[in-house]
Design a protein around this ligand. Structure first.
Ligand code: MRU
Length: 346
């Protein structure tokens, strides 16, 4: 079986955090080298790194950087905690950010001496990163069956190596189907306004040699009606306790269309993306990003000057429109609160 290798968006190297700058991909492949938590929070907010699991991994390293800076201070614990708050505020919807910080906080709670904090948080950040790759591989194995041989699969945003520790969630499922020898044609939504599909998904799939057709976001309905799409596979930024799923803006529309056309709609996410403290999708905080991301394209004004714009970065797909949620701990078909709960109890 052909094993697909993938890029690393987040790396610890030479005592610094290296982030592949996703704002300039695919034409420029360059890493930002970060030495402190403030720059790390800025990088998350400014989309240098994006995708829920990759954001979480980055924040975990950010806390290690804070511990390196403050570990010698008498009030090191308070200072590292304040840094965690700065990191946590960088982007509100992807729960992996808060999840990774909570994991680091548990490590901190077990430490008595600030001088031990850097090594301990760095080791935990590395564990979070490698566990994420492992989770993605498992999801790939569990979810590949939803992609039939010789079929068209529609995906939205970027859910590959760039958005995770490596391999990917929804893209991981597609990769696993291909590794299992299935021929698939991927349709990648370009994903306005950041073009994650056009710039990132197309790039990753091209590198793997997986056939990909880039399509405008509004092409989904007619592609489905024409019989070119047999499954829709997407990632998630936060899954509520009842299975309602926040993901990149446009995902909800795809789920409605998939239901109308009788096409399976699959969500792939590690359990670190499930937020059992959030009962339903209505409780998920949806990030609003600057209007200029829509009114301009790469700094060039497109809409008339002064145009007002609303720019929610995510939307919520109700659980009832989701065929299955694929996690590293198993698959939840037709998700409900009870079925989601069972997932973590087994
Ligand atoms: C495995 S990534 C899952 C999601 O984080 C992804 O689909 C997504 O919506 C990313 O949004 P982004 O704004 O690029 O961070």
């Amino acid at each position: 079986m052909h094993e697909i290798d993938t890029v690393r968006a987040v790396r610890w190297q030479d005592d610094a955090l290296h982030l592949l700058d996703q704002r300039v991909l695919p034409h420029e492949v360059s890493y930002l080298v970060l030495q402190d938590f403030r720059a790390t929070a800025d990088a998350i907010r400014d989309m240098v790194v994006r995708g829920a699991p990759a954001i979480g991994i980055t924040a975990a390293y950010g806390m290690a950087l804070a511990a390196r800076e403050f570990g010698q201070h008498v009030d090191w614990r308070e200072r590292v905690q304040a840094a965690a708050d700065v990191l946590n505020a960088a982007r509100p919807t992807a729960v992996n950010l808060a999840w990774a910080i909570a994991r680091q906080n548990r490590i901190l709670d077990a430490i008595e001496n600030g001088e031990q904090s850097f090594a301990a948080l760095l080791a935990e950040a590395q564990r979070i990163a490698s566990e994420d790759v492992e989770a993605n591989r498992r999801m790939g194995q569990a979810g590949a069956r939803f992609i039939p041989a010789d079929s068209g699969v529609l995906t939205h945003c970027n859910t590959g190596s760039l958005a995770t520790g490596g391999y990917g969630t929804a893209l991981g499922i597609i990769r696993a189907a291909v590794e299992q020898g299935r021929k698939v044609q991927v349709y990648a939504d370009e994903t306005r306004p950041w073009w994650q599909g056009a710039r990132l998904t197309a790039w990753e799939l091209q590198q793997d040699g997986i056939p990909v057709n880039l399509v405008v976001d509004s092409a989904a309905a007619s592609l489905m009606a024409a019989g070119r799409i047999q499954s829709v596979v997407v990632g998630a930024d936060r899954i509520a306790a009842n299975g309602d799923t926040a993901n990149k803006i446009g995902t909800y529309g795809l789920a409605v269309l998939a239901r109308y056309h009788g096409i399976p709609f699959i969500v792939a996410a590690p359990t670190s993306t499930i937020d059992f403290a959030t009962p339903t999708g209505a409780d998920i905080h949806i990030e609003e990003r600057p209007a200029e991301e829509i009114t301009q394209v790469r700094g060039v004004q497109l809409a008339p000057l002064g145009t007002q714009a609303v720019n929610p970065a995510f939307d919520v797909t109700p659980a009832e429109l989701i065929t299955a949620i694929v996690t590293e701990r198993g698959v939840v078909e037709s998700p409900t609160a009870a079925r989601m709960q069972q997932l973590i109890e087994t």
